[in-house]
Write a protein that binds this ligand. Structure first.
Ligand code: ZN
Length: 117
């Protein structure tokens, strides 16, 4: 009987390890060891999130502007570090977040980053 009990505990520990492992890996990916592509993705996710929270009234204008500037700078530095393709005004898309731009636009209407050229 005891061996069955021990086997059950081992099985439970293994199942717990399998469930927890992806969570730990995810935590590491968001940390400092991530690649530029991951870094860019994290910054763009953050931009979308603060935009949503601003629209729903959870984020005041001042905080929104501060955070947006920070994450846009983050996204630009990640892009310059090698993530994604360099954007140009000719593509009509924002180099940072891929939003479509008006031909005369100097700033992206979605993420607020400056349009080159
Ligand atoms: Zn943009």
């Amino acid at each position: 009987m005891t061996s069955v009990y021990v086997f059950g505990i081992i099985l439970a520990v293994l199942v717990a390890a399998v469930l927890i492992a992806p969570l730990l890996e995810r935590g590491e990916a968001v940390g400092t060891g991530s690649s530029p592509a991951d870094h860019l993705e994290v910054a763009l996710d953050a931009l979308r999130e603060i935009e949503f929270e601003h629209e729903t009234g959870k984020l005041i204008d001042e905080d929104y502007r501060t955070l947006r500037a920070r994450y846009a700078a983050d996204a630009i530095s990640a892009r310059d570090a090698g993530a994604g393709s360099p954007g140009t005004p000719e593509t009509g898309l924002c180099a940072v977040c891929d939003a479509s731009l008006k031909p005369e636009a100097r700033f992206c209407s979605r993420c607020g980053s400056e349009v080159a050229g």
